[in-house]
Design a protein around this ligand. Structure first.
Ligand SMILES: [Zn+2]
Length: 583
């Protein structure tokens, strides 16, 4: 009761301050200062459509509660929260318990908070795995595993054999909206690649035209994950992605190292059926081109990006492979809770934040526990505190609000992918997903990056709310890197749900931009994905609280929309949204 009173008082005081300063010419300078200070201090601005009770609930969001969650989730006791480990289960149980204590209803399976996510991890046995190019005439070429080729058998079998023709499909893209299909042969007919191996270039056709593969920005068609998925949809047995430093934007070492560890897949994922999901090094791809009589590889890559200049072609060379894998099957869980709305149906709202991290590395000397305090203890703390605020709000949100702390993000967004395939309500009834991942608690942010929010028709409201919270909207710092496809919100977007992450910029209250950039750079260089991503007692959680209030208000207003939130016409996720049913 006492807490409610203080909140109401705080909100009333803010309202009074706003009324006093409004319309007074002399107070203009002060009025410009006031909203920022008020928002920093925990007040929630007056925004059209946001009832007073919701404002009070949002104002009650407490940074010190977020701190407590982050501290607990990143204790050594939780062993780095690896999916399928004891520490990961403890984290899930903790989050479910917090939901229960706050009055958030279970929205998992069988009346629980848990949605079981069946997974398997694949580790390629390097010295027993063999690849060779076998031409129609002449000698075969054995490939050096590691230096020339790396691969994963996505099917989760202990051994796999491939003996299949190779088809070069350029960028391997089928994009009807750009009138582009790399699987079409010289006669215009689509080449059937069932049971065959597809040879493909990483990235997408170069463009300066916004209307053609979004100009310089990377679309999902340019991501290597898309190449695998598209070939799998067409029944291919394998994919060989040609690596070139400039096209991948990282060196061969990165590819090789990332494949040296085990990779997890979702049981029953229709997009992961390749017996060989492989990368080949540029020079070995040139040898294959020479063997096939196709000439210069780089010239072919150039041609593949020119409209009308490329046609898929089957090579007179087969891929022969024997792949051995160590496979570990396990189950992890998404933790899903719900706060009922005043009315059924409508735009349900979803909040997501992954709780998994990298676990323990037994081969590492010294501290080998990957605590993941910032990544993503912070997002979990924000999620739990937003859930509490919704559950304890004096007024119900217009429609149901869901909170999902997902697993196996670090394994490739797998928990959120499962959630997208099995959402608590049909995807078409989900109005918005807001995701929170890794928000360094070093102060009160003055800017946010909401990459992807401009792609949905809720964008004008997003801009209004950001302004009210005195948060400058930053453009994506590197659209060519395709950040939108690398965080959990993407898993929801691909089933059509309008989705984006709430990320903070580098400018913090009381500091210049250089200070904030230095904080972020220090974290990225010395702590990101390292055992030293640990809770620090001097962390300042007022910023996490501010972003939680901001997210709360965005979600509330999304829930209040009278019609479904949609993607902008022509967006790459529009078709997925339309394919969903609304009943
Ligand atoms: Zn991470």
């Amino acid at each position: 009761m006492r807490l409610r009173f203080i909140l109401a008082f705080r909100a009333a005081a803010f309202l009074a301050a706003a009324i006093l300063t409004a319309g007074s010419g002399a107070a203009t300078a002060k009025a410009q200062e006031a909203p920022a200070q008020q928002a920093d201090a925990g007040a929630v601005p007056v925004i059209a459509g946001l009832p007073a009770g919701a404002r009070a609930a949002a104002a009650g969001i407490d940074g010190e509660k977020i701190r407590a969650h982050v501290r607990f989730l990143s204790l050594d006791l939780l062993e780095g929260r690896g999916p399928g480990t004891r520490g990961g289960e403890l984290a899930a149980e903790y989050i479910a318990t917090q939901f229960a204590l706050a009055g958030v209803e279970p929205a998992g399976e069988n009346g629980t908070y848990f949605q079981r996510v069946p997974l398997y991890a694949v580790h390629t046995v390097e010295d027993k795995t063999k690849f060779a190019f076998v031409p129609a005439d002449g000698a075969a070429l054995d490939l050096e595993y590691g230096d020339e080729i790396v691969a994963k058998d996505q099917t989760g079998q202990a051994t796999a054999e491939i003996d299949a023709p190779i088809v070069f499909v350029g960028y391997g893209i089928d994009a009807p909206e750009y009138h582009w299909n790399d699987y079409a042969g010289a006669d215009g007919k689509i080449i059937d690649v069932t049971g065959k191996v597809v040879l493909v270039i990483v990235n997408e056709p170069p463009s300066n035209d916004e209307k053609f593969f979004k100009g310089k920005a990377l679309t999902y068609y340019g991501r290597w994950t898309y190449k695998y998925e598209e070939a799998a949809r067409r029944g291919a047995a394998g994919v060989l992605i040609i690596h070139r430093d400039d096209l991948a934007s990282y060196g061969w070492d990165v590819v090789r190292n990332s494949q040296a560890v085990e990779k997890s897949y979702l049981e029953g994922d229709p997009n992961a059926t390749l017996r060989a999901a492989a990368w080949i090094q540029h020079d070995v791809a040139q040898k294959l081109f020479t063997m096939a009589g196709l000439g210069d590889l780089d010239k072919a890559i150039d041609r593949a990006g020119v409209p009308g200049a490329f046609h898929a072609v089957e090579l007179p060379v087969r891929l022969k492979a024997h792949i051995e894998s160590r496979v570990r099957r396990y189950v992890s869980a998404n933790v899903v809770g719900r706060v009922a709305g005043a009315e059924p149906g409508g735009n349900a709202v979803l909040y997501t934040a992954h709780y998994d991290h990298l676990g323990i590395d037994p081969e590492m000397k010294g501290d080998n526990i990957f605590n993941g305090a910032a990544d993503n203890g912070t997002g979990c703390g924000i999620l739990i505190e937003m859930a509490r605020a919704f559950a304890q709000s004096p007024v119900k949100p217009p429609h149901a609000v869901y909170f999902a702390s997902v697993t196996a993000e670090e394994q490739g967004l797998l928990g959120s992918q499962y959630l997208g395939m099995h959402p608590p309500v049909p995807a078409a009834q989900m109005g918005l997903d807001l995701n929170f991942d890794m928000l360094l608690p070093v102060g009160i942010p003055r800017s946010v990056n909401l990459g992807g929010a401009e792609r949905i028709d809720f964008w004008p409201t997003v801009k209004t709310v950001a302004k009210a919270f005195d948060l400058e909207l930053l453009p994506d710092p590197s659209p060519m890197a395709g950040h939108y496809y690398r965080s959990d919100h993407f898993s929801l977007a691909r089933v059509g749900i309008p989705a984006f992450s709430v990320d903070q910029g580098d400018l913090f209250a009381g500091h210049d931009l250089a200070w904030g950039e230095a904080q972020v750079a220090d974290y990225e260089e010395h702590h990101y994905h390292q055992p030293s991503d640990e809770y620090k007692a001097d962390w300042d959680f007022r910023g996490n609280a501010k972003l939680a209030r901001f997210g709360f208000v965005l979600g509330w207003l999304a829930s209040e929309q009278k019609k479904p939130i949609e993607w902008q016409p022509g967006d790459e996720f529009e078709a997925a949204r339309k394919a969903g049913t609304r009943d």
